[in-house]
Design a protein around this ligand. Structure first.
Ligand SMILES: [Zn+2]
Length: 438
C-alpha cells in the first residue's frame, strides 16, 4: 500500500448515517486526498507509508461539518445568558462587539474557536463575522477547513464604520482569499433581513454570484422577525429573500425556524440549504426548526453550533443528541430524527449545504482527507454496538485525532498546528478588558 499516511486496525464508518460500521479496516491518504480504504485483509501484510497510525480498533469516520458559527464570539461566552434574542442582541452583544471587535480580537478568539472545534472533531466550519480576514488567517494557521464569510450589516460595524462601504469590504475580502489557501473558501454573511436593507441584500448576493462565492444569512429565526417583515414588507422572511432573488444553491439560510409550507416550497425549488442550530434556538427560546419537513422536501439541512454567546460551546457531537431528543420531545414521537439522520446531517448533509458534498463529509477515494478518530475505549462509549451510540452517548472530548486535508492537526488530544496555551493567554487578556467594561 503506497501512500503518505496509513491508518490501520480501524473500525471504519465511511458514510455516517448511511453505511454500516466496518471492523478491522484501513484508510490510506496520499497528499491531501483519501486514496484507498478497505478491510485489513486486503492489505495482506503489505503495510507501508510515510506515516502509519495504528488506531487499535478505534472508530475512524469523516470529520464533522459545522454549518454555522461565529468563531470570534468565544470572547462573549457566558457574557449575557438567559435573555431573549432582541435584548440579548441589542443591549449586550451589539454594544460588546462595537467596543471590542478588532482584528487582533477576531484573530485570537477565532483561533480559540478553531482549537475547540478541532478538539471536538469538527474539520469544516462555516464562519461569519466582522474582520473576517483575521478569522480566515486564524483558521488557515490552525489547519481547519473553513468557509469564511465577511459580515455585512446596515449599521456602523467593526472594520466598516460607514455601512455604505459594507459590500466593498466584502468584495475586497473575497478577492484576497479566493484561491489563496486550499482550506479557505471566502463568502458573504448578511446578518439578517431586519438588519440589512433590500438594496444591501441584493448587492451582496450580486457580488457572490459574480465571484461564485457562498451567501449566508440568519433568517426566520424568531416570531418577532416574522412579525416585523410582515409589517414592513407584507412577506414572510423567506418570501422576502425570494422576491429579492437571493435564494439559490449557493445560499445558506441560517436557522429557518419559522417556515410556512409556502416557504418550504420556495426553499425546495431554489436549492438553498438550511443550517439548523438547535442549541442556540433553545437557549434564546427562538423556536423549533421543522427539520423533518425540510428533509421530507429534500431541502439540504445541516447542523450548526452558532456562536459561543448563544450555545455556549462548539461541540457538534453533543448537538446531534440534543437535536434528536428535542425533536422527539416536541413531536411526542420517539421515532422522529433517528440517530442516523443526525449523523448524516452532521457530516455529508452539512457538506451538501455548503456546496462541498463532493469534497468532504464521507470517506471515499478521491475526496479530501478530512477524518477523525474516536476513542471507543471510553466508559461512555462502552459497549459500542452501533453508530447511534455516538449520537446519544458521545461528546467532543471522545475525539482523539483529527486529520484535515491529509494533515494530522490533532493527535492524542494535543493540537499540533499552533500553541493553544498562547492563544488562551491572549483570549484571557482580552477578556479582562471586557470584564472591566461590563
Ligand atoms: Zn449566528
Amino acid at each position: 500500500m503506497k501512500c503518505d499516511l496509513l491508518i490501520v486496525n480501524a473500525t471504519l464508518l465511511p458514510e455516517p448515517g448511511r453505511g454500516e460500521l466496518q471492523d478491522n479496516g484501513y484508510l490510506a491518504i496520499t497528499g491531501s486526498k483519501i486514496s484507498d480504504l478497505g478491510p485489513m485483509a486486503k492489505l495482506a501484510g503489505n503495510v507501508s507509508g510515510r506515516q502509519i497510525i495504528d488506531v487499535q480498533g478505534n472508530l475512524v469516520m469523516p470529520g464533522l461539518v459545522n454549518t454555522h458559527a461565529h468563531g470570534a464570539m468565544t470572547l462573549f461566552r457566558g457574557l449575557a445568558d438567559d435573555l431573549e434574542l432582541m435584548s440579548w442582541l441589542n443591549e449586550h452583544i451589539f454594544p460588546a462587539e462595537a467596543a471590542f471587535v478588532e482584528p487582533e480580537m477576531v484573530y485570537w478568539c477565532s483561533k480559540l474557536a478553531a482549537a475547540e472545534m478541532i478538539l471536538a472533531g469538527i474539520t469544516t466550519v462555516a464562519d461569519g463575522y466582522f474582520h473576517e480576514d483575521a478569522a480566515a488567517r486564524a483558521f488557515a494557521e490552525a489547519g481547519i477547513r473553513a468557509v469564511a464569510a465577511q459580515g455585512v450589516i446596515d449599521f456602523p460595524a467593526p472594520g466598516v464604520p460607514d455601512p455604505v462601504e459594507n459590500i466593498k469590504a466584502a468584495a475586497e475580502f473575497i478577492e484576497k482569499w479566493q484561491g489563496a489557501n486550499p482550506l479557505i473558501t471566502p463568502g458573504v454573511f448578511c446578518h439578517s433581513p431586519y438588519t440589512c436593507g433590500p438594496q444591501t441584500l441584493a448587492r451582496a448576493k450580486e457580488l457572490c454570484r459574480a465571484k461564485g462565492a457562498p451567501f449566508f444569512i440568519h433568517v426566520a429565526e424568531t416570531g418577532q422577525e416574522v412579525a416585523q417583515l410582515e409589517k414592513e414588507h407584507g412577506l414572510t422572511p423567506i418570501a422576502f429573500l425570494h422576491d429579492l432573488g437571493l435564494l439559490d444553491r449557493d445560499t445558506v439560510c441560517v436557522h429557518g425556524v419559522w417556515l410556512t409550507d409556502a416557504d418550504l416550497a420556495l426553499l425546495e425549488k431554489s436549492g438553498a440549504g438550511v443550517a439548523s442550530c438547535p442549541e442556540s434556538n433553545m437557549k434564546l427560546a427562538a423556536g423549533l426548526a421543522p427539520i423533518g419537513r425540510m428533509r421530507a422536501a429534500n431541502i439540504p439541512v445541516g447542523l450548526g453550533t452558532d456562536g459561543c454567546a448563544s450555545n455556549n460551546d462548539l461541540d457538534l457531537l453533543q448537538e446531534m443528541g440534543m437535536c434528536a431528543k428535542l425533536h422527539k420531545m416536541a413531536a411526542g414521537d420517539a421515532t422522529v430524527l433517528p440517530g442516523r439522520v443526525m449523523l448524516a446531517m452532521a457530516t455529508a448533509g452539512g457538506a451538501r449545504v455548503l456546496g462541498m458534498g463532493e469534497k468532504v463529509g464521507a470517506l471515499r477515494p478521491g475526496m479530501d482527507a478530512d477524518c477523525i478518530v474516536v476513542d471507543l475505549a471510553r466508559p461512555n462509549l462502552t459497549p459500542f454496538y452501533n453508530q447511534e451510540t455516538l449520537v446519544y452517548a458521545g461528546r467532543g472530548s471522545d475525539v482523539v485525532t483529527s486529520i484535515i486535508n491529509g494533515k494530522v492537526v490533532m493527535a492524542k488530544r494535543e493540537l499540533l498546528t499552533f500553541d493553544l496555551g498562547e492563544t488562551m493567554t491572549q483570549v484571557r487578556r482580552i477578556s479582562r478588558r471586557v470584564k472591566a467594561a461590563v
